[in-house]
Write a protein that binds this ligand. Structure first.
Ligand code: GDP
Ligand code: IMO
Ligand code: MG
Length: 427
């Protein structure tokens, strides 16, 4: 059984927790998009892990971890994660595999990300400054790209970096007045990266095909969320990869016919980090309350997350986009204590009403939410172990989301721990 887990909102839905749970029965866990912009939280007992590049299956000692071709790999972050996990007794030795075709995020990408955002001023995207956009841009541009396979050939890498640094110096100098970078220190860093990471570099597509042939169970871990998808999200306020389930094929070479289950993760409300339209945003007491109760601060950047009501128009769209077969709804516990709860069921744009998520940014910016208002619940849900433990109003909330989105909710999160989850069908 192969399963893909993806976010259906703007990221941070609780994918790390769901992947950790499903990884118990998986042989391999594959990260196939994004890079160190991701921050996936896994909590085991009193131990909290925030993973950026490492697949969340890393915390399960029997799981092989793959970083496939679609990921942009920042070697410095990855090495820090490997060492950090090692110090906590989790060894990745001989079970971490990185695609030779994955593109490499280097210092000049992070610099470019920062310089570009600064230059944009109030029009900035609000990126994580992890060099994601510039690295994917170099991938698409082809001529100035570095891939993991280049670490195998130091001479080739040296020549490439000399050309790239000279090109970037001209560019950053002319556009931003930036002082020139030296190639020497970068080459030294790359030598260290090579020593540590070279044993992990391999053909991950071949590995995955062998695993499929052997009947291994593969778990694909999406990063970000479908509303941040480069092609189908709220462009330009998106990330630079296909963050919906559609990114899986190009991101690792496995076509969707090998995926039996596509699980969409949502929170019981919406959050967004960075700029961009957010029709159901509650920039008020409700939003503040959700932020504090749900600890809605970025796992990667620590930025406060913008919070709002659950948007069924947006999630019905992303569920369709990803071919989602079931939904895991996290943070139901966070909504407890409100007198009433709302779900956006349609958008009013000018004098028309629609239940289809607009593709045009100005429509989305103009959209006003039409809400379904439901009675809230006061009970603490953190100890709930099954559906029968939930108050009627919480169950009614889930049923309303299911009917508006059109996909069954099969898992319900009632707290951040591994154990705080209600299963509505066997795993
Ligand atoms: P990811 O990027 O999708 O993996 O999500 P993040 O880790 O960035 O953010 C999700 C946050 O919610 C983390 O702090 C989790 O520990 C926490 N979390 C996950 N599920 C639940 C839940 O059901 N209830 C509560 N209260 N917290 C949860
Ligand atoms: P996980 O995997 C939430 C957002 C950034 C910004 C936009 C572009 O933890 O869900 P980028 O650095 O990718 O160029 O930034 O995308 N963003 C995320 N928001 N969770 C994430 O990942 C995100 N990764 C990127 O805040 O708005
Ligand atoms: Mg996150």
């Amino acid at each position: 059984m192969n399963c893909c887990v993806v976010g259906l909102q703007w990221g941070d839905e609780g994918k790390g927790k769901v992947v950790d749970i499903l990884a118990e029965k998986s042989d391999l866990v594959v990260r196939y998009n994004g890079g160190a912009n991701a921050g996936h939280t896994v909590i085991i007992g009193d131990q909290k892990y925030a993973l950026h590049l490492m697949p969340s299956g890393a915390v399960r000692p029997g799981c092989r971890c793959i970083i496939s071709n679609g990921v942009v790999v920042d070697p410095a972050v990855l090495i820090e994660e490997i060492n950090g996990l090692d110090k906590r007794g989790i060894s990745l030795k001989e079970r971490l595999f990185i695609s030779e075709n994955a593109h490499v995020v280097l210092d000049y990408h992070k610099l470019e990300d920062r310089l570009r955002e600064e230059a944009l001023g109030k029009n900035k995207i609000g990126t994580t400054a992890r060099g994601i956009g510039p690295c994917y841009a170099d991938k698409v541009g082809r001529s100035y790209a570095v891939r993991m396979a280049d670490f195998r050939d130091p001479q080739r890498l040296k020549e490439k970096l000399e050309t790239i640094v000279s090109y970037k110096n001209k560019l950053f100098g002319a556009l931003y007045g930036a002082p020139p970078m030296q190639v020497g220190p970068l080459l030294e860093k790359c030598q260290t990266y090579r020593t540590i990471l070279e044993p992990c570099i391999t053909n991950t597509t071949e590995m995955l095909y062998k695993a499929i042939d052997a009947g291994d169970s593969i778990l694909f871990e999406g990063a970000q969320g479908a509303l941040l998808d480069l092609d189908h999200g709220t462009f330009p306020f998106v990330t630079s990869s296909n963050a919906s389930a559609l990114g899986l094929g190009p991101g690792c070479g496995v076509p969707s016919r090998h995926v039996d289950r596509i699980l969409g993760v949502v929170k019981s409300y919406m959050t967004r980090v960075g700029a961009g339209p957010f029709p159901a945003e509650q920039d008020n007491e409700i939003g503040n309350r959700i932020r504090e109760k749900g600890h809605e601060y970025g796992t990667t950047t620590g930025r406060p997350r913008r919070c709002g009501w659950f948007d069924a128009v947006a999630v019905a769209y992303t569920a369709r986009l990803g071919g989602i077969t079931e939904i895991a709804m996290m943070h139901l516990d966070t909504l407890a204590g409100l007198d009433e709860v709302k779900i956006c069921r349609a958008y009013r744009i000018g004098n028309r009403e629609t239940t289809f998520f607009p593709g045009d940014l100005s429509d989305l910016t103009a959209a006003e939410c039409v809400y379904e208002t439901l009675p809230g619940w006061q009970e603490d849900l953190s100890e709930a172990g099954e559906m029968a433990d939930l108050p009627d109003n919480a169950r009614r909330y889930l049923e309303t989301v299911e009917s508006l989105v059109g996909v069954p909710i099969t898992m319900v999160g009632v707290g951040p721990k591994r154990s705080q989850i209600i299963y509505r069908k066997p795993l």
